[in-house]
Design a protein around this ligand. Structure first.
Ligand code: AMP
Length: 372
């Protein structure tokens, strides 16, 4: 209930936006993150600065918090076990164990009878030799994000670099899907079993990092129904509590699940400005056992990420490049100090007609789109 304390593991932008939603609802927030003055720490009531595997810090978070949630997936196993036994972690650890490992994740989805691309577990050079094919993508089973830990294999010449990667890391080798579009379905399931689904964004990546989400996705009603059915089945089968983002490839009339994230997701940032309830508020409602909110869309919307590449480190407070966007747009900045390349610094949501928003975004000098 409000006036109680929510503990968040991870204090990046997702933690910050969760915290802002929780504060608006009257909760107190404590956050654990290794970086002092992290994006969430700037808006939380209590900031614990320590590594995620620092058990004293984990215990402190547990003591302060009535309910604990997380903004990222790679929580240390011992910390998770401690929290499950000594605190209230409604999301549990089962889903994380699946989503922390790409092979386990794809196998679980396949076992539900839901399509995923062909994939093989690769442990070492010999198993790569046995399964090698192209076009394909080699991905580390753990720890990868935003295209890190991935190698696109286009020809047999790529075998040597693939071998180097397979010798160092356990991987999965996936068939490359010739997709028409990428979409994601964001669901939420509360502690009382209620499920809600957000309008589907169409996601455009540049250099493997999300660049733009366009909502509603430009797909047929049949595809939308299929995507929502798959998403609800995955959410229920995995007994998810909180928000789950399900990334999908659309190829013709088929949909393949790419990956899961058991937390609010970058492609759902549009919900803050364009939906009755945001993904962050929904997540807080879900883990706190409140009724879920209406996910209706107020307006079509385009969300564009602002990466470090799009900002000048020396003049980060300069607003002028954004001014032309602001009449129908909302600027969100995450309070990060250094505008490093590829680092997510903020986003803009442009409300109203999608074609006009895309035109205004294209005309601004902020997003010079690199070759994908
Ligand atoms: P991931 O980290 O798995 O989300 O991959 C990042 C991005 O790489 C995806 O959003 C796709 O654009 C691309 N990608 C990953 N796996 C595949 C695949 N099997 N086929 C085609 N594109 C892929």
């Amino acid at each position: 209930m409000p006036y109680k304390t929510i503990g968040i593991i991870g204090g990046g932008q997702l933690g910050r936006m969760m915290c802002l939603a929780a504060k608006a609802m009257g909760y107190y927030v404590a956050v654990l993150d290794p970086t002092p003055n992290c994006p969430c720490g700037q808006v939380a009531d209590t900031e614990i600065t320590a590594n995620y595997n620092d058990m004293e810090a984990v215990k402190k978070l547990a003591e302060l918090s009535d309910v604990i949630t997380y903004e990222f997936e790679n929580i240390d196993y011992d910390a998770l076990t401690y929290l499950e036994n000594h605190a209230y972690l409604p999301q549990g650890s089962d889903v994380l164990k699946v989503t922390q490992h790409r092979y386990r994740e794809k196998s679980a989805i396949k076992n539900m009878g839901i399509p995923v691309t062909d994939f093989f577990l690769i442990n070492g050079a010999e198993s790569l030799k046995e399964h090698f094919f192209y076009p394909s993508v080699l991905k580390t089973t753990t720890g990868g994000y935003d295209g890190k830990g991935q190698l696109v294999i286009k020809t047999k010449e790529d075998f040597d670099s693939a071998k180097k990667m397979a010798e160092k890391h356990e991987c999965i080798l996936e068939k490359r899907v010739p997709f028409d579009r990428e979409i994601s379905v964001i669901t939420a399931r509360s502690t009382n079993g209620e499920i809600s689904v957000f309008p589907i964004p169409e996601n455009i990546h540049v250099n493997n990092i999300l660049h733009q989400s366009i909502v509603p996705a430009r797909i047929s009603g049949d595809l939308r129904d299929k995507a929502v059915n798959y998403a609800c089945k995955i959410t229920e089968t995995l007994n998810v509590i909180g928000v789950l983002a399900i990334e999908m490839f659309v190829a013709g009339d088929d949909i393949y699940i790419n990956e899961l994230a058991p937390r609010p997701h970058n492609s759902g940032h549009y919900t803050i400005d364009a939906c009755v309830t945001s993904q962050f508020e929904q997540h807080i409602r879900a883990v706190c056992g409140l009724p879920l909110g209406d996910t209706g869309l107020h307006s079509p919307v385009v969300m564009v990420n602002i990466l470090g590449d799009h900002m000048d480190s020396n003049e980060m407070s300069r607003l002028d490049p954004y001014l032309p966007l602001l009449s129908n747009g909302k600027l969100h900045l995450y309070g990060k100090a250094d505008a490093k390349e590829k680092r997510k610094m903020g986003h803009v949501t442009m409300l109203g007609d999608i074609d006009s928003s895309l035109r205004i975004i294209d005309q601004s000098n902020i997003w010079v789109r690199p070759e994908s």
